[in-house]
Structures are given as C-alpha cells and as structure tokens.
Design a binder for this molecule. Structure first.
Ligand code: ADP
Ligand code: MG
Length: 372
C-alpha cells in the first residue's frame, strides 16, 4: 500500500539541509574561514577545544556584520553576497547561498560578536536553529552591546555534555538524511578520536593560510600555550608552505606558472622537483581560490610524476588554477567542495604538459645540496 505523502516540518527540512554541509567540525570551520576571507580580513585566529566538538572560535578583522542584520543572519538563505540568479556566474565571494551559519546553528549553539567600522561598540547575539535565543534563561534574545574590536568573532559550542553526545549532535543531521532517504539503520558516527578531528581542522586552516598568504592566520588548541600554526600577514606562499610542511619540502619546490589562451586558464603554484619524493601525495588544489578536490587532476598528476619518481613514491603539489568563472560551476553541491568546469580533460592535459616541461627543465639545472 502506498504511504501517503506529507510535508516535512521545517525543523526536519533544516536539519537535512544542515547535514549536507556540516558533517564534522572541519566543515563548519571551512565555512567560517571563507566568511572571514569574504569579509576582507587581514587576520584570522582559530581556537579549538576537543577537536572542535566542544568549541570552535574564529576571530577576524573583517568588515563586520551590521547590528540590524543580526536578527536574520543565521536564517537559511540570508546573504549579503548574492541578489539574483544571474549574478552567480560572476560571483567573487566564497559564499552566496546563505546556508552556512544557518546549518551550523542547527547542529550547535552559535554566538556572534561583531563590530562594523562605523559602530561605536560591538554587538553580541546567540543563536540556535537559525534564530536568536537568549544567552541564558530569563535573558532577552536581542543583540546586546559590548566591547569589541572591529571585525567578527564567531563561537560555535556544541551543548551536549559528553564527547559522544557532542559527536552525535554533529552527526545527527547527517544521520537523519541517511535514515530518511536511504533507510539505513542509524549509524552513529562517534568522533571518539578528537585528535583526528583537530588534525582535520588544522589542515583546513593551514591550506587557506598558504593560499591566502597576505592574511595572517593562527590555529591553537584551547589548552595550549603555543599555536600549531602562526603565519604573518604579508608572508609569501613559500614562507607559509615552509611553516606548515617544513624546509625539507619547501627547498625542493619549483615555482610554476602557466597560461593557456586557448583554454582560458592560468595556473600558478609550487611543485616538488623530480628528485623529491614522499610516501604520501600531498595535493593542495585551489580552483578560483576555493580549496577543492579533483580526482581527475590528482590522477593525472600522479601519472605524470610516475615518469620521474621511484615506484610507490609521490610528489608535493600546491596548485592554484584560475579558470574563466563562466565555465566553472561551483553550485554542484552546497559544500562547494566539488566544482565542475568545462573542457576539463583538455585543461588537465595542457596543465600536465606544462608541468612536465617545467620538471624536465628544472632537472637540467638542478641545484645540489651539499651537507656542511
Ligand atoms: P553566505 O556566506 O553564503 O552569504 P553564510 O551563512 O556563510 O552565507 O553567512 C551569511 C551572511 O553573514 C554573509 O552573507 C555575511 O553578510 C555575513 N557574515 C558571516 N560571517 C561573517 C564575517 N565573519 N564577517 C562579516 N560578515 C559575515
Ligand atoms: Mg559563507
């Protein structure tokens, strides 16, 4: 007998949507970092407790959020970045869907403290499920004035008390999706490995720090004295690669630059030379400034380097591709982690050919390091 169709209630719809974006703390952090960059920040500081399952805080020096917008900022589809569909192809910001803060507020409590340059003070507000909520019982939910620097500080707190409950809060939305659409038994994701969650968070900050080297980044555990990552504003990309991956990698990199008029793309980066190899392939790939994954690019680079490296070893590649925005579709998925672009095969082929030439020529003029 056919089950009757009914409309899902709003809370369920929002939770499902949240699950598409926020699977784990590192996803939330990526969204928050991109917001900080969209806001033109020169400094971004990240603080993490229990791998982000207890607390994630990100403080930026960007343009802030207007006090009068604090009421709707965490609702779904509220954005300052997009007005109409036609603007999508020329969008220069990371965000445009207005879903990130909303999604995070469905898996955690959010506190936003923000000051715009023209405001005499900062304003603070707390959110849950997309809406303003009182910071404590009996208090008013309205934004409150407070002291604060220009810029925005966002604190994400998962309210449950045990690590497992906290993990369940993050996983909750995702599970509902699986439960509803795939009808699998509830599979609780238990993020028992807080260290792994922290590593993922740190990795996102490191990669954005390398690509956005004009912005100073830091990432620190709540309990730690020293930061695990600290970059200066106005450092070079190579400086930041050195800070993250060490000089053993940095000194083996060659600068790469290539432009194809025919396929309308530009590539820049730092790639390891033919004499460097490592156990794991490290690929930092940015397409139009977004940190993305591309199995196709990865596979082709592996095949290319296989010509140069000993069997079973891999290169280090940091690559930034700038494609004609009109040929890139970043709207494939809410996380924007996967992008599609036109002429993918031809672009990858041209890119690999250029890298091949660069590797071959660098090999001829190789610098030998003499131990002293
Ligand atoms: P989107 O980035 O897609 O617009 P978000 O949910 O990530 O959606 O953010 C909603 C809006 O909140 C943004 O459009 C922006 O106006 C504002 N915002 C979020 N984070 C910041 C920040 N760190 N600094 C300034 N404005 C912010
Ligand atoms: Mg955003």
């Amino acid at each position: 007998m056919a089950a009757r169709i009914h409309r899902l209630d709003e809370a369920t719809v929002n939770r499902i949507a949240a699950g598409e974006i926020i699977h784990r703390p590192a996803n939330a952090l990526k969204e928050l970092l991109e917001n900080a960059l969209d806001a033109g920040s020169t400094s971004v500081q990240v603080l993490v407790k229990d791998g982000g399952l207890k607390l994630l805080q990100i403080q930026d020096t960007g343009h802030g959020i207007h006090k009068d917008d604090l009421g709707i900022v965490c609702e779904r589809f509220t954005t300052s970045k997009l007005r109409k569909f036609e603007d999508l192809h020329s969008i220069a910001t990371f965000g445009f869907r207005g879903e990130a803060l909303a999604s995070i507020s469905h898996v955690a409590h959010l506190t936003i403290t923000s000051r715009t340059p023209d405001s005499p003070c900062a304003w603070r507000a707390t959110y849950s499920d997309g809406k303003l909520v009182p910071p404590k019982a009996g208090a008013s939910a309205d934004p409150k004035p407070c002291a604060g620097n220009a810029g925005t500080t966002i604190t994400v707190r998962v309210p449950a008390c045990s690590a497992v409950q906290r993990a369940a809060a993050y996983a909750g939305a995702l599970e509902q999706v699986e439960d509803l659409f795939f009808n699998v038994p509830i599979r609780r994701k238990t993020f028992t490995n807080l260290a792994e969650e922290y590593t993922r968070v740190l990795e996102v900050v490191q990669r954005y720090a390398i690509h956005n080297s004009r912005v100073g980044f830091s990432c620190k555990k709540h309990s730690a004295q020293v930061a695990d990552l600290q970059t200066a504003s106005n450092a070079s990309k190579l400086d930041n690669i050195r800070a993250v991956f060490g000089n053993n990698v940095a000194r083996e990199l060659i600068e790469f630059e290539f432009e194809s008029v025919r396929w309308q793309f530009k590539a820049t980066g730092h790639i390891s030379n033919a004499n460097f190899n490592t156990k794991r392939f490290t690929l930092l790939l940015f397409i139009n400034n977004r940190l993305v994954e591309s199995p196709a690019v990865k596979k082709s680079l592996e095949a290319l380097y296989a010509k140069y490296l000993p069997k079973g070893t891999h290169p280090f590649v940091y690559l930034s591709l700038e494609l004609n925005p009109e040929t890139v579709d970043v709207n494939v998925h809410p996380t924007k982690r996967h992008v599609q672009f036109l002429h993918e095969d031809s672009i990858i082929e041209a890119l690999c050919e250029a890298i091949d030439q660069r590797l071959a020529s660098a090999n001829d003029s190789r610098v030998y390091y003499v131990q002293t």
